[in-house]
Design a protein around this ligand. Structure first.
Ligand code: SF4
Length: 180
């Protein structure tokens, strides 16, 4: 059996705004005619979701500096459609970097619960992924996945901005394959 054709949206990602709407309309009509509406809606939602991530930044220690660098002019994370927001109501991605303590755990969970579905979590750096050098301290959560589900782990103490960009691209791959 032949594999399904790729969603043609990758070809129109570089269009100007006034060219985008007619091109998108034409591509969607062709897809619906070929595959039926049910098989089109999910790929289109996945395409939109992976190209417009809005992270809520939980910067708790040194790794947050690398996160900030990734959004500066040199690494320019926004070129991947990632735009940090300050309200959890506007966010679909939580990026945790730094040492998570039990004292702030309930606040982190509350903010995660306030984010609308669908939502994802990236644990950036050894502290967020597993407690890092403070893992055995009584006050430190040994990994943010003890509090919320984590989709992508980024190792390093600290990870470089390139590693964070790689983590975002890995998350975009997960969203591309999303079925529900
Ligand atoms: S992983 Fe290392 S650089 Fe990152 S917050 Fe922990 S101690 Fe700091």
């Amino acid at each position: 059996m032949a594999s399904e054709p790729a969603v043609p949206f990758v070809e129109i990602e570089a269009l100007r705004a006034q060219q985008f709407v007619p091109a998108a309309k034409e591509a969607l009509s062709a897809m619906i005619a070929e595959r039926g509406q049910e098989k089109v809606v999910r790929p289109v939602f996945n395409w939109a979701g992976r190209n417009s991530l809005f992270p809520l930044h939980w910067g708790l220690a040194c790794c947050a500096i690398e996160f900030a660098a990734a959004f500066g002019a040199r690494w320019d994370a926004e070129r991947f459609g990632v735009v940090p927001r300050s309200s959890p109501r506007q966010c679909d991605l939580m990026i945790v970097n730094g040492t998570v303590t039990w004292k702030v755990a309930h606040k982190l969970i509350t903010l995660y619960e306030q984010m609308p579905e669908p939502k994802w979590v990236i644990a950036m750096g050894n502290c967020a992924t597993g407690g890092g050098p403070f893992r055995t301290a009584y006050s430190v959560v040994p990994g943010v996945d003890k509090l919320v589900p984590v989709d992508v782990y980024i190792a390093g103490c600290p990870p470089r901005p390139e590693a964070m960009l790689d983590g975002i691209l890995r998350l975009e791959d997960l969203i591309r394959e999303r079925k529900e």
